[in-house]
Ligand binder design. Structure first.
Ligand code: PLP
Length: 300
């Protein structure tokens, strides 16, 4: 059976900005689900892997950038549940922590020019069209199975949060979470923080995956210059937050997410005594891609 025990406690966040504004802020530690099948990546893979098993496909083929948390998660999950795995990596061959982890977990890596990377189905057909075991998993694990897995997060939440915050890449996780809350009749307000520049387009791009009309809030102003950009203000925030709470945020997703919540708190966008929940979607290998951005000491 393809399953993992989901260990994801909800912890209070004791951070001065939130205390000053008399907010009760909590964080859901999906980053603790698994060290490598981390955060939303297990939720996104769960039903995808079960479908592969049902269809008796033993070779997972997927796609990602050189720092893709999805590639690492797929490589590890494949090894754990007895699949072979191949990852198409966007761009020229390089070595880094994420790709080394992929290799350690037995994933075959195929570096692919940015141009041919655009047509993933063509790449799959070209390399594995004759492989009866081949199972296509889209970039980031996106798809209906992923949305279904992410909806289960809603089952694990107390009912009394006023606001729930989620980082968005493709928005698949957010779509699942919105559906989960909606189907369970929850009244929390869902806030999405896109980490890509084109984030304001997000509700539109995920609407077809939703079980109703999106009624959350989108905060497109926290991308810090675009995907995987980590200017000093973001690095400084991650360091300050880490030093104050013992919780590690990644620079690509959760750092921007928690920065956004703290910034909105400073700007009095929540009422005193409201209860806020931040989803920590994992991704901590991202730190290794930004080591130089954390090379200064914070002076307090
Ligand atoms: C992949 C990832 C996301 C983005 O998830 P989407 O479903 O693509 O929006 C968010 N946070 C972390 C840590 C991730 O690794």
């Amino acid at each position: 059976m393809i399953t993992l025990p989901v260990y994801s406690p909800v912890e209070p966040v004791l951070y001065p900005v939130f205390a000053e504004k008399q907010l009760r802020v909590f964080i859901k530690r999906d980053d603790l689900i698994h060290p490598y099948i981390s955060g939303n990546k297990w939720r996104k893979l769960k039903y995808t892997l079960r479908r592969a098993e049902q269809e008796q496909k033993r070779h997972l083929v997927t796609f990602g950038g050189a720092w893709s948390n999805h590639l690492v998660a797929t490589a590890c999950a494949a090894a754990k549940f007895g699949f072979k795995s191949t990852g198409f990596v966007r761009g020229e061959e390089i070595q880094n922590l994420a790709l080394t982890l992929c290799r350690i977990f037995g994933m075959q890596l195929i570096f692919t020019s940015r141009e041919s990377y655009r047509d993933k189905q063509a790449l799959f057909n070209q390399h594995f069209g004759n492989d009866s075991q081949g199972f296509f998993i889209d970039e980031g694990g996106a798809g209906p199975d992923a949305v279904k897995g992410c909806a289960e997060l809603a089952d694990e939440l107390a009912t009394d949060f006023d606001h729930v915050f989620c980082a968005c890449g493709t928005g698949t996780t957010a779509a699942g979470l919105w559906n989960g809350l909606h189907l369970r009749g929850r009244s929390h307000t869902l806030h999405l923080v896109p980490v890509l520049k084109e984030g304001e387009r997000l509700p539109g791009t995920i609407q077809h995956q939703l079980t109703g009309k999106f009624d959350g809030h989108i905060h497109p102003g926290y991308h810090f210059g675009g995907y995987a950009k980590c200017p000093p203000s973001l690095a400084a925030f991650i360091m300050d937050f880490g030093a104050a709470t013992g919780i590690l945020l990644d620079p690509v997703y959760t750092g921007k997410l928690v920065y956004a919540v703290a910034d909105m708190a400073v700007k009095n966008q929540f009422k005193p005594h409201q209860k806020l929940l931040i989803i920590h979607s994992g991704g901590l290998t991202g730190i290794a891609g930004k080591l130089n951005d954390f090379s200064f000491n914070l002076i307090s």
